[in-house]
Ligand binder design. Structure first.
Ligand code: DC
Length: 234
């Protein structure tokens, strides 16, 4: 924990495609800085889960937007893990199923859903000392973030990582299916009309295909510390 001084608290935006390593990296960076980690993808996943549970037709935009406006999602960070609550009930594991993964791109493509989520995320980030990860953090949620990172990695490597994550929570998945699913999500996330996934012009691109988690985290921490030092001088 190097950053206790309120004045030196910066905002860090980490964006990138599915399974590019954002979550693990953002979590560790936040932990090392004593910052709050906000996994914005988990928020879109929670709304998607609620829509599936309530058997709402995902193509019914109005119903989904209404659902987003009336739902309560809470993120709790404890010992470097984020717990996700939907209407007060923990759904951390349930939001990671393949059904949710396959459905979330549709839900997150609706402008009304994004408006609700972005507002919440901006509120959570208002006092600084946060690491937000997602698809549109550097471009839409926090366009003035002091540090923006855009993480990329090859689709094969991303599928391998996702398989590992799923195995850890007891879900077996096929590597080829995962590649297809990731490619489909990349396509949907980067071609949607509202806030598509793209690198902010002032973001640093970080290709993690051949990096260890430790190297990724160190790279970002170095940049963050430089900015914090500069901020401390002014
Ligand atoms: O990071 P993830 O795979 O858990 O994200 C789930 C989905 O949510 C992803 O397909 C795109 C969407 N998403 C988004 O549109 N904007 C964000 N800021 C975060 C996630």
């Amino acid at each position: 924990m190097i950053c206790k001084d309120e004045l030196k608290k910066i905002t860090i935006a980490i964006d990138g495609p599915a399974a590019s390593g954002k979550s693990t990296t953002a979590k560790l960076v936040a932990h090392k800085l004593g910052y709050l980690h906000i996994d914005t993808g988990a928020m879109y996943r929670a709304i998607t889960l609620k829509a599936l549970d309530e058997k709402i037709d995902l193509s019914d935009k109005n119903k989904i937007v209404r659902l987003a406006r009336t739902s309560t999602i809470r993120l709790e960070v404890e010992n470097c893990t984020t717990k996700v609550f939907l209407e007060g009930i923990e759904v951390t594991k349930r939001i990671r199923t393949q059904l949710v993964s396959r459905s979330v791109s549709t839900v997150s493509s609706y402008e009304g859903v994004r408006e609700v989520m972005v507002q919440e995320q901006q509120k959570m980030a208002a006092s600084g000392g946060v690491v937000l990860e997602g698809r549109d953090i550097g471009t839409v949620v926090l366009p003035k973030a002091e540090l923006k990172i855009f993480m990329v990695a090859s689709v094969e490597e991303r599928a391998r990582r996702r398989k590992g994550e799923l195995t850890l929570v007891g879900i077996e998945a096929n590597q080829d299916d995962l590649i297809k699913e990731i490619e489909m999500r990349d396509q949907k996330d980067s071609t949607r009309a509202v806030s598509p996934l793209r690198k902010a012009p002032d973001a640093i691109e970080l290709d993690t295909s051949h990096l260890t988690i430790e190297e990724q985290v160190d790279f970002i921490l170095e940049r963050a510390k430089e900015i914090i030092r500069e901020k401390g001088k002014s």
